[in-house]
Structure formats: C-alpha cells, structure tokens
Design a protein around this ligand. Structure first.
Ligand code: ZN
Length: 216
C-alpha cells in the first residue's frame, strides 16, 4: 500500500514538473448540438487518479474556457464530446441570462443532487447544445449537492432557486437528458427573439419571486 502511494506521489511530482516545463494552452472546444448521439449517453464517473492527471486538469480548463467563450451559465463535459461526469457552472453578470443571480465558478465531478423538498418552480431554460430555443421546465427549488471539486476534495452544499435550476440542467446532461425532454407544455418553446419579445418580462417577474423566496 505504502509502495503504491510512493509510486503515486512520485508520478504526480513528475507530472507536475512536466506541466511546469511545458505549460499548455487553453482551448475553446466544439460544442455538440441536439441530434448528436453523445448528448444522449450516460456520462461515466471519473476516478480520482484520472481526475488528478494533467490531461483531465487541462480538459477542465478547456471546459471552463469554452463555457465562458459561449456565455454559458454552465457546461457539461458531455456537451464537448467527453462523456465524463464533470460540469462547470458560473454566472457572472451573464449577458445571455441577465436576470440570473451570480454563481461563482464551480466545477462538480461525479455530482449527485437530492431534492430537499417537493417544491418546484417553472424555469425558462436555454442550452448551448440546443441553439436558439428556450422553453419552460419545472425544477426542484432546493437541492443537496454532493460532488468532488476539480482537485478531488468533497463538496457538500445546498443550492436553492434559480441556481438550483442551473445545477439540475447541467447534471441532467450527464444522464443524457436535455431540457427539451422535461418541457411539459411545448407551447412554451420559443426562439431567443420571441422569448425577449413575449416572455422575458413575465419571466423576470417570476425570477424575482423565486429569488425573494429562496435567496438565489
Ligand atoms: Zn445545456
């Protein structure tokens, strides 16, 4: 056991040295669009060993970069053709979702979401993998989150309201689900222009109510 650990530590030190010597350039990755079979797969769990590798760490940098480049509120690895249970979430005065409360950059590995109550709210969602379409999806309002962070440390926290909606949207991707699968009234489906013209004002009011009630 000690030998394995020693080997593991030396290997990590070597990898770290290699990374310092050859710093890697962050890349914007192509995003899979609805219809691509990868989006319908169940992404697989990531092992700790795999997570620590420079390859996976570099991939996570690319995932975050791609999310920011596309002004996404979140991005799942599967959306960039890597069926691994990794998602990045970040909302910082997002021009795509100006009404969304901010969320600091969060990387979740092998996340598990557990609703804390039966309470739901109607969320108007869009997706980088479903260009120019939005629709109303019911989401649980309060969730317990367990996951690993990008360095393998345990994450345990509770998310509520609009932020809980974003978490559910991203984690759904890991099970091959798109928001389209959860739209109950298909008459709510609309392009971004039509959303702005016909739905945004009412939705912003609804977001205010949710934020007042749940704090985010
Ligand atoms: Zn999505």
């Amino acid at each position: 056991m000690a030998l394995t650990r020693l080997f593991h530590d030396s290997f990590k030190a070597l990898l770290h040295a290699a990374r310092m010597q050859y710093p890697r350039r962050v890349a914007v990755l192509p995003i899979a669009h609805v219809g691509h079979p990868v989006l319908r797969q169940r992404a697989r769990e990531v092992t700790l060993f795999e997570l620590e590798s420079p390859e996976t760490q570099g991939f996570i940098d690319d995932l975050v970069e791609t999310m920011r480049h596309a002004n996404g509120a979140g991005l799942a690895a599967i959306q960039v053709h890597r069926p691994l249970r990794i998602v990045a979430i970040e909302v910082k005065d997002n021009p795509r979702y100006p009404y969304k409360p901010n969320i600091p950059l969060t990387v979740l590995v092998n996340p598990v979401l557990t609703p804390l109550t039966d309470a739901t709210f109607d969320n108007f969602e869009g997706c980088l993998s479903v260009p120019n379409l939005r629709g109303v999806v019911p989401r649980f309002a309060e969730l317990a989150v367990t996951a690993l962070d990008r360095h393998g440390a345990a994450i345990e926290h509770v998310v509520r309201g609009i932020t809980a909606g974003t978490y559910q949207h991203e984690v759904d991707h890991l099970d091959g689900l798109l928001f389209l699968d959860r739209v109950q009234d298909t008459r709510t489906l609309c392009t971004w222009d039509q959303f702005k013209e016909h739905f945004e004002a009412a939705f912003i009011e609804r977001v205010r109510t949710v934020v007042t009630r749940y704090g985010s």
